[in-house]
Design a protein around this ligand. Structure first.
Ligand code: ADP
Ligand code: MP5
Length: 270
């Protein structure tokens, strides 16, 4: 049996709801072997980010070489990259190892408002990593910055997604609608000249810490199994919707999602 392997390159969340911790939980639940390289150690919990330290770029590179030389991943995702050298090293390694299934979650600002990406690094994400990207998963504020467009409707979402693919070189863009206020949470996928929307009822909850990390990790896990972009996004949307709906009421702020919910539902249906 070949075991699918996924790699996350991201920052940490000691309280377990976002970043590397959320990614590894997601890989595990979707039955993919999870590996990780840490870019920043972040002191945060459900109430917010307190501080963080960027990992020495040489150590990021060492972690990545250690993974690629021994347990080469079938798909890779990036979350928090924070500084230009971390982006440069990631681009170098992705090219060196010919990674095609690469998901870029352009993490910029935590839900609590703390910036997780330096201003100079935004441009590097666009020029160095988007052309190597299989699926990018910006939320509305991130897509606004990357496309330099105001986004306040589904049409605007489509325009920005098309720009990030046709003009910036990603193969596909899933623009997430979590930050809109419609009755449904609608995400727009643009790839190969076509649009597809993924919709789920908007759940009234403050427990959405790590939703973006979890969604992109679920897409990466499915891509690692060899699934198509459409099928991977469909599974990932079902995973995050269940995880938000059955949230765990943990912590004093914006709590984490429930990583057991997706499989619990599948086994209840069986
Ligand atoms: N209140 C909600 N109810 C249902 N789905 C949501 C809700 N908030 C976000 N989502 C979904 O969670 C995923 C992450 O979205 P979003 O919140 O936009 O990303 P981020 O965490 O990067 O800000 C998307 O699929 C989005 O549609
Ligand atoms: C290390 C790390 N990466 C990403 C996020 C964003 O997560 P969210 O905005 O969903 O809280 C975070 N809080 N911490």
């Amino acid at each position: 049996m070949t075991i699918p392997i996924a790699l996350t390159i991201a920052g940490t969340d000691p309280s377990g709801g976002a970043g590397i911790q959320a990614d590894l939980k997601t890989f595990h639940e979707l039955r993919v072997f999870g590996t990780s390289a840490i870019t920043a150690v972040v002191s945060q919990n459900t109430c917010g980010v307190r501080s963080f330290v960027d990992i020495d770029p040489a150590l990021i590179e060492d972690q990545l070489q250690a993974v690629f030389e021994d347990v080469p991943p079938n798909a890779v995702k990036t979350g928090m990259l924070s500084i230009v050298p971390a982006i440069e090293i990631t681009a170098k390694i992705l090219k060196q190892h010919g990674v095609s299934r690469y998901v870029m979650d352009p993490v910029m600002v935590a839900k609590s408002g703390h910036s997780l990406l330096s201003k100079e690094a935004v441009q590097s994400l666009i020029t160095m990593l988007l052309p190597l990207t299989y699926v990018t998963t910006p939320n509305i504020p991130e897509a606004e910055i990357m496309s330099n467009m105001r986004i306040s409707s589904l049409d605007d979402m489509k325009k920005a997604a098309r720009y990030l693919v046709d003009d910036c070189g990603a193969f596909a863009c899933l623009l997430k609608g979590g930050h809109m206020s419609d009755e449904n949470a609608v995400d727009v996928l643009y790839s190969e000249g076509g649009f597809e929307t993924f919709s789920s009822p908007r759940i009234a909850t403050k427990h959405t810490h790590g939703t973006g990390c979890t969604l992109s990790a679920a897409i990466t896990a499915e891509l690692a199994k060899g699934k198509s972009v459409q099928s991977s996004v469909e599974t990932a949307k079902a995973y995050i919707s269940a995880a938000i709906e059955d949230s765990l009421q943990i912590g004093h702020g914006n709590g984490p999602t429930n990583h057991w919910a997706f499989n619990d539902r599948l086994s209840n249906r069986a």
